[in-house]
Design a protein around this ligand. Structure first.
Ligand code: SAJ
Length: 441
C-alpha cells in the first residue's frame, strides 16, 4: 500500500478533474490542481466549488478538503516536478468540419508534463481518447519531452473517466473502472492508487482495450438513443405514443443473467443529445480505422441524434399551422439551455441548433435556465404573453409548473412542445394547450 503523503497533480480542473482532485485530497494525498485558467485557479484557492449544477455531496467534500489544506491550485507547470502521480483530465473535442480529434489541450498539457515530470512518476490519462492515441500521441510526446521511456523511466496508463453530471462523486466512488497499462506494472501502479477513492472494481488491461471500451460504451449509448429517436419519429407517423410503446417493450420480462435475450432497454427519445462526450465519442471510436472499416451504423446514429433539435422545430411549425399563426409573428419561450437535467453543463447543448433554426426564420424568443447565469430569470414573468413554450431540458423546476396558471398568462391557443416528456399529453390538452411531444403528437 502507498505511503499516504504522496503527491498527485491533476491536469484540468473541470467536471472530471475537480471532483477527482477533491476525493484524492480527502483520501490524504497532497493534491496540486494544475489549470491554465488563472482566474479559475484563484477562485479554487479561495475555496470556491466551480461546479454549479446539483452535485450531491460535492459542496460538503470541498469544505472538508479546504479545511484539511492539502489541495492547492496553480498555473505553474513546474509544479508537475513534485508529483508522484499525474492525472490528465482535459477535454478532447473533435473538429466540427471533419469530426477528427484535434487534441490541442491534450498535446499542450502532455508537453508541459513531459518537460517537468520526474523519473518514476506515474501518468494516468482519464480523458476519453480515440483508440490508438496512447501509442501514437500520448507516449511519443511524453518520451520526447522527458527523454525517458514509458514503462522504464515512468509508468503510463489510461483509466477513462465514467462521470455524469449530477452523479460525479457517486460515479467515481462506485463505478467499475478499466485501467489500460502501457505495461502490466503501470496498470498495477494505477490500480493501487485508485483503490484509495474507487470502491468499484478496478480491472486491468492494455491501453488499446481501455480506449475502445470507453469510446465504445458511449457510442453504444448514442446508438441506443438514436434507435429510440427513430422509433419516436415512426410513432409520430403511426399516430402512436412512443412512451407507451417504450413501456411495453421494456416491460417484456425481468432480465436475468441466464436470459440476456430478454434484455430490452429502449432508451429515452428526446430533443437531442448534448454534453462533451456522447456527441463526439463515436467519432473518436472510428477515427483511426474509418477507411478500413467504413462504419455505417455509428455515423448514422450521430446524424439521427443531431437531427432531433431540428425535429423540435418541425413540431413547433406544425403546431402553429394548426392554430393558424405565422412563424415571424411568434413569441416563444425556450425552457432549458443546459444539455442535461439539473446541470449547469451546456457543452454541445441541443438547444443551440434549435435556437439557430428560430433565428433563421425570425422567430422572437427568450431562453430560461436557472442553472445558467445568462438565462436565469423569473419564469412566471417570462411566460407572460408567449405563444409557445418549447421544453428542451428536463429540469425538475419545469415539472412543477402550474399549467392552468401558465395558460392564463400566455396568448390564446397556447402551444407546448415537449422535448423531454415532462408533461402529460391528455392533461395538457384538457387544460387547453396545443401539445406536441417527441414521439407523442
Ligand atoms: N439522452 C437522451 N436519451 C437517453 C439518454 C440521454 O436523449 O436515453 C441525452 C441527454 O438528454 C443528454 C445526452 O443524451 O443530452 C447525454 O446524456 P447522458 O445521460 O449520456 O450523459 P453524459 O453525456 O453526461 O454521460 C455519458 C455517460 N456514458 C454512458 O452512460 C455510456 C457517462 O457514464 C460518461 O462518463 C460520460 O458520458 C462521459 O463523460 O463520457
Amino acid at each position: 500500500m502507498q505511503k499516504q503523503k504522496e503527491t498527485i497533480a491533476i491536469c484540468g480542473l473541470g467536471y472530471v478533474g475537480y471532483p477527482v482532485a477533491m476525493l484524492f485530497a480527502d483520501a490524504g494525498f497532497d493534491v496540486i490542481g494544475v489549470d491554465i485558467l488563472e482566474d479559475r485557479v484563484k477562485r479554487l484557492n479561495e475555496g470556491e466549488n466551480p461546479i454549479k449544477g446539483q452535485e450531491p455531496g460535492l459542496d460538503e467534500l470541498v469544505e472538508k478538503v479546504i479545511k484539511k489544506g492539502n489541495f492547492r491550485a496553480t498555473s505553474d507547470m513546474k509544479e508537475y516536478s513534485k508529483a508522484d502521480y499525474i492525472i490528465v483530465a482535459v477535454q478532447t473535442p473533435v473538429a466540427e468540419e471533419n469530426r477528427k480529434p484535434t487534441y490541442e489541450n491534450l498535446k499542450a498539457a502532455l508537453k508541459e508534463i513531459g518537460k517537468n515530470m520526474k523519473r518514476g512518476v506515474t501518468v494516468v490519462i482519464e480523458s476519453t481518447i480515440a483508440p490508438g492515441t496512447m501509442a501514437h500521441v500520448v507516449k511519443p510526446i511524453l518520451e520526447e519531452e522527458s527523454d525517458m521511456e514509458a514503462g522504464e523511466g515512468f509508468y503510463l496508463a489510461n483509466c477513462p473517466e465514467r462521470l455524469m453530471p449530477g452523479h460525479l462523486l457517486e460515479n467515481i466512488r462506485y463505478y467499475n473502472r478499466v485501467i489500460g497499462g502501457w505495461t502490466p506494472e503501470s496498470a498495477k501502479k494505477v490500480k493501487d492508487l485508485y483503490k484509495h477513492v474507487v470502491q468499484g472494481e478496478l480491472e486491468e488491461t492494455d491501453c488499446i482495450t481501455a480506449e475502445i471500451v470507453k469510446a465504445g460504451e458511449n457510442t453504444y449509448r448514442d446508438v441506443q438513443i438514436a434507435f429510440a429517436n427513430e422509433m419516436a419519429l415512426l410513432c409520430e407517423a403511426y399516430k402512436a405514443n412512443v412512451w407507451e410503446v417504450r413501456k411495453f417493450i421494456n416491460n417484456c420480462r425481468k432480465v436475468t443473467e441466464t436470459r440476456p435475450e430478454a434484455l430490452r432497454q429502449m432508451h429515452f427519445p428526446g430533443a437531442g443529445v448534448g454534453g462533451h462526450c456522447i456527441p463526439k465519442d463515436s467519432w473518436l471510436l472510428i477515427h483511426e480505422v474509418r477507411d478500413m472499416v467504413d462504419p455505417k451504423l455509428i455515423p448514422t446514429a450521430r446524424h439521427i441524434n443531431d437531427f432531433m433539435p431540428i425535429h423540435m422545430f418541425e413540431l413547433l411549425e406544425s403546431a402553429i399551422e394548426e392554430v393558424g399563426k405565422k412563424l415571424d409573428e411568434l413569441n416563444v419561450l425556450v425552457l432549458g439551455w443546459a444539455y442535461d437535467a439539473n446541470s449547469d453543463d451546456d457543452r454541445n447543448t441541443p438547444t443551440k441548433p434549435f435556437i439557430e433554426k428560430l433565428k433563421e426564420v425570425g422567430v422572437k424568443y427568450e431562453i430560461h435556465d436557472s442553472f445558467i447565469k445568462k438565462y436565469k430569470g423569473t419564469l412566471v414573468e417570462m411566460i407572460k404573453d408567449k405563444d409557445a413554450i418549447v421544453l428542451m431540458t428536463g429540469h425538475d423546476e419545469y415539472k412543477s409548473l402550474d399549467l392552468e396558471k401558465v395558460k392564463e398568462s400566455m396568448k390564446k391557443e397556447p402551444i407546448i412542445i415537449d422535448g423531454r416528456n415532462i408533461f402529460d399529453r391528455e392533461d395538457t390538452r384538457n387544460i387547453g394547450f396545443v401539445y406536441k411531444g417527441v414521439g407523442n403528437i
